[in-house]
Design a protein around this ligand. Sequence first.
Ligand code: GLU
Length: 387
Amino acid sequence: MEKVRKQLLKQVKRVVIKVGSGVLTSAGGLNMTVIDGLTTEICALKKEGLEILLVSSGAIASGLKKIGMSKRPQSVSQQQAMAAVGQSSLIMAYEDAFERHGHKVAQILLTRDDLTHRRRYLNARNTLFTLLSWNIIPIINENDTVVVDEIKFGDNDNLSAMVTNLTESQLLINLTDIDGLFDKDPRNHDDAKLIEVVEKADRKIMRYANSIPGFLGTGGMASKIKAASKVTLRGVPAIIANGLKPGILKLIFSGEEEGTLFLPAEATLCSRKHWIAFTKSPRGEIVIDRGAERAILKKGKSLLPSGMIEVRGRFSLGNSVLLLNEAGERIAVGMVNYHSGDIKKIIGAKSSEIESRLGFKHDDEVIHRDNLVLADQMETGDDQCPL
Ligand code: GLU
């Protein structure tokens, strides 16, 4: 396995490093020793020619200390205010630490909405590429202060997976406060074993992960595994490792068996389908009949108006929606060619009737096959749409 690791690491030119709140903060607020250590390591990797993007949590955790609260507030507005207080200290700490090595940083605060619209997605990407070309280290966090549920990444694990895809990075390193994925929570089980390599995040792996909650941040192990699987579906490896271990990045890049390595998936999803499946948040639901379900699942067909039974929610042309079968199971997610008001008017119609019902027609399909990702493909890739 050491050989496989070294081989994978050799191909890495650009890497996303995510650091969790549990690594960056201690009871006394931001842990400057850890921040200095990571900064020194990142600067050494840059010297070797790697491009690095940092996804850093810790805004809320560092705000807590600054305000003098002992635990994370419950109310959303207080958490958002707390993030605003803490984010400035967080970025200042990084700025100081990197400055000492002669490096500059840039703060990027994103919401999921910024990556949901193709134009904004490309904009964010161009900005990040420009920063990298100027040799500046982007430090990315969720824009916690303004974000509401519908436009949330949810946690920084997910955000780091989206950023890896957005920037076509060749590795995601997720630094947390334990050594990687264990078969039990190592904080309460002495016999817990580290899983060194994951070929596929199957049920057994998810069961392990679900037994290991996070404390300070929002994620826990389950969200780290989900994030790792999302990047492996793009053919990219991911490593979950202990950010509190001194010299961890150097150890990883010298091919040491540190943490848990997630191997790139064999079947992958192309960038567009990956974006539809994971970055865009579904804005509604369409229930389809058995015939349409069969045509989509077994015959590789698009969704036509005739197969629809019900349309739920309000959404616009270009939004993504979930497809449910008659039993209410999610079978796919796809990007629609009409807005919800129009789709409601053509439920059950033949494609030849679209124009007479709406007074216009964009396409025969409500969702074209190229814009449809099956639930199965979200786990195992799509051989019709490889990298
Ligand atoms: N964005 C949050 C913060 O900076 C952290 C979210 C997370 O840990 O996943 O505090």
